[in-house]
Design a protein around this ligand. Structure first.
Ligand SMILES: C[S@@+](CC[C@H](N)C(=O)[O-])C[C@H]1O[C@@H](n2cnc3c(N)ncnc32)[C@H](O)[C@@H]1O
Length: 373
């Protein structure tokens, strides 16, 4: 991939390497990092080399001519931490890439859209659904709303307007996504503001990798940090019942919706932090949110965790190590390494995968299957 902003835009830090080289560099680094735990072969899951990000956010920059007329552009932060104006991005999906200049021109040509526009977020599905969030430093009035409705129709996209304490959803606040996982079709609503994996095609391969390492079980699955049910829904087919928890209300609501979309009935989703869930399981605290869930009715043998960059906190790490099988998806090898120091005292690493979700950056996603020894 070549991008005219390589070496300038601070987003793609590994700009001096081609796709293969940046992947090789990260594989070598991670094999070295985890060599004290395992010498098994790593499964390597590649990304597409460009147009792989299905969500993106850009700031809006304004230049003024002598007559004080503004011209707006997309902006990123440069390596020197300055504003870098860009007019394209090679890593975002083709549809986002094509929409970017068309949308900018529409916004540029209308004072109502342009004035105090601060940032734009794109959320795109592989099924061509597109949600654009326009973020402002001004109150959005009736005039803006009417114009944005027209723009939605004209560009065949969904628009949300956001400002301080204001959210204007003009049609829908989600996109429709359909993922083909091991030949089976799953439907999802990806909600604005909820977490979604940025590299949708690698995401499918991550789910398939996890499924490959799970036999069909008559026992139950416990999942922490479940988001909108991205893993939960396909994984539920392998278990008798699933209990899945997540801190974000937005994500739990879309998880419930996603369950309905796929006619799945063996999952209980609970909005609860991992830390609170540990307290509930250990009967240290009672939660009204759990009044309809009989925790004792579960017969868990597997736990699936996909925490944020901070990894597992002390109490959650302690809980996880009681399960026969642990599947850990991590977006931060540093905290994964820390957590494995505890988990490998009771469990053995059976499988290890590196998923190149964030190509051309230092980041990489990992997947580990651990079995109790
Ligand atoms: C890396 S995302 C994974 C989400 C989901 N597994 C997916 O694939 O889309 C991590 C999730 O953990 C949630 N989260 C963050 N801190 C949490 C906590 N302390 N307890 C429970 N969930 C938390 C976030 O809201 C986010 O949805």
């Amino acid at each position: 991939m070549t991008c005219e902003y390589f070496g300038k835009c601070g987003s793609c830090k590994l700009y001096e390497m081609n796709y293969e080289q940046q992947l090789e560099y990260k594989i070598k680094r991670e094999k070295q990092r985890f060599s004290n735990f395992t010498d098994i072969e790593f499964d390597i899951i590649r990304s597409e080399e460009e147009n792989f990000r299905y969500r993106a956010e850009f700031r809006i920059w304004k230049n003024f001519d002598d007559g004080d007329n503004p011209t707006i552009s997309y902006a990123m932060t440069s390596f020197e931490k300055n504003t870098l104006e860009i007019d394209s991005c090679q890593i975002v999906s083709k549809q986002i890439q094509e929409l970017m200049p068309v949308l900018l021109e529409k916004l540029q040509n209308d004072e109502e859209f342009r004035f105090k526009l601060y940032a734009i977020e794109f959320l795109n599905s592989t099924t061509q659904d597109m949600l654009v969030t326009l973020i402002y430093h001004k109150k959005l009035g009736e005039n803006w709303i009417q114009k944005a409705k027209n723009l939605e129709e004209e560009l065949n996209i969904k628009i949300i307007g956001r400002s301080r304490k204001q959210k204007e959803v003009l049609s829908e606040d989600f996109i429709n996504e359909e993922l083909n996982i091991d030949g089976e079709n799953f439907k999802f609503h990806y909600k604005e503001g909820g977490f979604t994996q940025p590299n949708t095609k690698v995401n499918v391969k991550m789910i398939e990798w996890v499924l490959k390492h799970l036999e069909k079980s008559d026992k139950d699955l416990c999942e922490l940090y479940c988001g909108g049910g991205n893993f939960t829904i396909p994984l539920s087919k392998k278990f008798n019942k699933v209990l899945a928890t997540e801190i974000s209300k937005t994500s739990i609501n879309s998880a419930l919706e996603n369950c309905k979309l796929n006619s799945i009935e063996n999952i209980d989703f609970i909005r609860m932090s991992a830390e609170e869930f540990v307290e509930a399981l250990e009967e240290k605290r009672e939660f009204r949110r759990l009044k309809d869930v009989d925790l004792k009715s579960y017969n868990f043998d597997t736990i699936f965790v996909d925490p944020p960059r901070a990894g597992l906190d002390d109490t959650t790490r302690n809980l996880v190590k009681d399960y026969e099988k642990i599947i850990y998806i991590s977006c931060n090898p540093e905290t994964l390494h820390r957590d494995l120091q505890t988990l490998t005292k009771t469990h053995e690493i059976k499988n290890f995968a590196l998923f190149d979700q964030f190509s051309y950056t230092e980041h990489i996603e990992s997947g580990i299957v651990l079995q109790k020894v």
